[in-house]
Design a protein around this ligand. Structure first.
Ligand code: CAA
Length: 699
């Protein structure tokens, strides 16, 4: 069936785009639009046209699935120019989302009518590219340079009302889009086309100083990303050059972005995020449980943060603590968080009160009896977890989902203390739980499919990306983290200083270096953990120096000193002479001849540790797909999205190379921690990749 068709209504043509699911600009749509414009131009009975879309949305952009294939004419740049050059007025009728190439089509139309629920945006930067079909040239002309920079650099969706105030939309309607757009088209027949490309920008206002200031304002947020700077250069071209030359500059910058590995990495992330909810045994036909009320056990930082997610979507939450004081403190922190948001203008004081009214505090387990989902976020020891779940088992209503927020412990063992292990699973939130996007959903041996399916849906509702993990110590993220942390710490004892390691990883793109992260998390947690373990169970060379630091009462940021020093009230780490001396002493004690470590060496060691463990996790079936692991690392561990996650990074390195380097590390550092993952070996020997492996998984 044709993806573009024309309906003639008196003297106005209604051009329909119909290419489910999101009317992406596949080859047939581009060709259809081009042909439609030719037909309209040649038909004397037609005076104007409306471009509208069937289904849930206006055109949501170029067809990302075609990005890997050689481009096929007509290209979008040609199609939008044809639309803009039309002699008869063309009106875009926008509903849903007009994104990327979709908005570029709308901008090449002479006028735009939108439903009030519609959104527009140029999200290309999130895919590592830039609006390559005139978006960087036309959007500043119609919406203003500041607004265009905001939209293009953030990639955010802009509501119709705001687009109207920017001048990017001419008319906003509550309903009856098709008729309104037709009426609008009829009203401009006399006026003829108004071409965005012919609009001018007051160039004097936007001098070098303006763009320098803008660059400085986004520098932190866009650190390491290739495309944002290219976007700015294009907008500068829009200000300084006539359309044709500006479009040429846009093309050049687009090609540079397109061939940069970051584009592949970010496009990998786009599809990875859409894969996570495809889980073996779960389909849209799997029944779901109705979740209307949530119980949280523990009002600490984690419990409070978790509770906020549900209140934010209007769900009542009962928070349980054992002592009134702890309960009051926890709820006060929640209020403080909301008030902080209100003080930034991101919510009103009324909103704060509405959200707080959804909270009920209690010290009585019986008050959780009407909750459909109860999440435990108490102290991380198995005995305490078991006590909590035994108590829950007594009061929770039949069919309630019982979840643990444990970061490491076995959900199978926790489930076994209840009489209903099928209702038990893990919901592992990341701190701060109201902010971090990652949620590991841990499927235990006996977890029922409908309980799991419910939580997968719920993750989306609360704005999280939910990744399903099997049961193992630390699940996907923390199990990998412990390998990485150990190798980073060994790099220190062998020759680097903590700030060298942090700088290497920060420059690689990590949100923070591993030593800074340890100080923030608190060094005492691992220390106490180790006290309950046999020294043979872990790598003492990596931990003894940290234990000495803890024993000096340097527990991290919270005590004002840890691996680093901190000035009073400051969170900025400063290298510590004391700790550096401890490191030198510990190296000497171990008879280690310290050698300099280059940033490349440090990064490679950290990455290989992640990759090898990731491959083990994948081979054991703990993670469903390699791309799920990438999602975990990017959304929960500050891994740079522009590198596509550790598994995509491995694919870029080549699995054969990764495998050989791991074998070499086994020789250099000893085999104990460098046993290659069987799956990595298998894929490397088959000259395959994690991407190929993923293709064979569900979905
Ligand atoms: N190309 C190909 N497929 C796309 C697509 C696109 N641009 N946008 C969405 N899809 C697919 C998704 O992969 C998904 O497919 P499956 O069901 O097979 O997984 C399906 O459409 C539905 O997508 P979502 O699950 O994301 O649905 P949603 O309702 O939650 O969101 C949306 C809809 C807001 C349009 C969202 O899909 C989205 O943001 N899409 C990307 C938009 C975008 O980035 N556009 C710019 C493309 S680049 C460009 O246009 C550059 C250029 O001009 C050269």
């Amino acid at each position: 069936m044709a993806t573009v068709s024309i309906e003639n209504r008196d003297n106005i043509a209604l051009v329909w785009v119909d290419n489910p699911p999101v009317n992406a600009l596949s080859h047939s749509v581009r060709e259809g639009l081009k042909d439609a414009m030719a037909a309209i131009a040649n038909d004397d009975t037609i005076d104007a046209a409306v471009i509208a879309c069937r289904g849930r949305t206006f055109i949501a952009g170029a067809d990302i699935r075609e990005f890997g294939a050689p481009p096929k004419a007509p290209h979008l740049t040609e199609v939008v120019q044809i639309i803009e050059d039309m002699q008869k007025p063309i009106v875009a009728a926008i509903h849903g989302t007009a994104l990327g190439g979709g908005l570029e089509v709308a901008l090449s139309c002479h006028y735009r009518v939108a439903l009030s629920t519609a959104k527009i945006g140029l999200p290309e930067v999130k895919l590592g590219i830039l609006p390559g079909a005139g978006g960087t040239q036309r959007f500043p002309r119609i919406a203003g340079v500041e607004n265009a920079l905001d939209a293009i650099i953030s990639g955010r969706h802009i509501k119709a009302k705001q687009a109207l105030s920017w001048g990017a939309v001419d008319e906003m309607v509550e309903d009856g889009l098709e008729e309104s757009a037709m009426a609008f088209a009829a009203s401009v027949i006399g006026k003829g086309p108004r071409r965005t490309g012919e609009m001018t920008i007051d160039g004097d206002k936007y001098d070098q100083a303006f763009f320098d200031a803008f660059r400085a304002s986004i520098a932190r947020k866009t650190r390491g990303y290739f495309a944002p700077e290219r976007c700015i250069r294009c907008v500068e071209a829009a200000v300084k050059l006539p359309l044709k030359e500006g479009l040429a500059a846009e093309r050049e910058n687009f090609q540079e972005c397109f061939s940069n590995p970051q584009a592949r990495a970010l496009q990998h992330m786009f599809f990875a995020e859409r894969q996570v909810s495809r889980v073996p045994g779960i389909s849209k036909d799997t029944s779901r449980r109705n979740i209307k009320k949530v119980g949280i056990i523990g009002a600490g930082t984690m419990g409070g943060g978790i509770a906020m997610n549900f209140a934010n979507i209007g769900m009542p939450v009962t928070v349980l603590e054992v002592q009134q004081e702890a309960l009051d403190r926890g709820l006060a922190v929640v209020r403080k968080n909301y008030e902080h948001t209100a003080s930034k203008g991101r919510m009103t004081q009324d909103d704060v009160e509405t959200r707080m009214a959804l909270f009920t505090g209690t010290m009585d387990y019986a008050d959780l009896a009407d909750c459909d989902l109860i999440i435990e976020a108490v102290f991380e020891t198995m005995d305490i977890k078991k006590t909590v779940f035994t108590a829950l088992d007594k009061v929770a209503k039949p069919g309630a989902i019982l979840a643990s927020n444990t970061s490491y412990l076995s959900i199978d063992d926790i489930a076994d203390v209840t009489s209903r292990p099928t209702d038990v699973l893990g919901l592992h939130f990341f701190s701060p739980a109201n902010v971090m996007r990652l949620l590991e959903i841990v499927r235990a041996d006996k977890t029922a499919d409908d309980a799991l399916a419910t939580c997968i849906d719920l993750a989306k509702k609360i704005g999280k990306v939910g990744v399903v993990s099997g049961v193992c110590h630390g699940f996907i993220g923390n199990r990998m983290l412990s390998q990485y942390a150990r190798e980073m710490s060994l790099s220190v004892i062998e020759g680097a200083m903590p700030h060298d390691v942090d700088k290497a990883m920060y420059d690689f793109g990590m949100a923070m270096g591993p030593m800074t992260v340890s100080d923030m998390a608190g060094l005492d947690i691992g220390y106490l953990n180790r006290k309950g373990m046999d020294r043979a169970e872990y790598e003492t060379r990596a931990t003894d120096w940290i234990d000495r630091v803890v024993e000096m009462d340097r527990k991290g940021l919270k005590t004002g000193a840890g691996i680093y020093d901190y000035d009073e009230g400051s969170r900025t780490p400063k290298p510590s002479e004391t700790v550096m001396n401890v490191i030198l002493e510990e190296s000497a004690k171990l008879g280690i001849e310290r050698t300099e470590k280059s940033a490349d060496e440090i990064v490679e060691r950290g990455m290989l540790a992640l990759i090898n463990e990731g491959a083990k996790i994948l081979g054991e079936g703990i993670a469903i797909r390699a791309s799920d692991i990438d999602i975990v690392y990017i959304n929960g561990y500050g891994f740079p999205a522009f590198r596509g996650g550790p598994m995509h990074y491995a694919d870029q390195m080549g699995l054969k190379a990764a495998y050989e380097k791991i074998l070499k590390n086994a020789e250099t550092f000893g085999p104990r921690w460098w046993e290659p993952a069987p799956l990595l070996k298998e894929l490397a020997e088959a000259n395959s990749s994690f991407a190929e492996y993923d293709k064979k998984q569900v979905g």
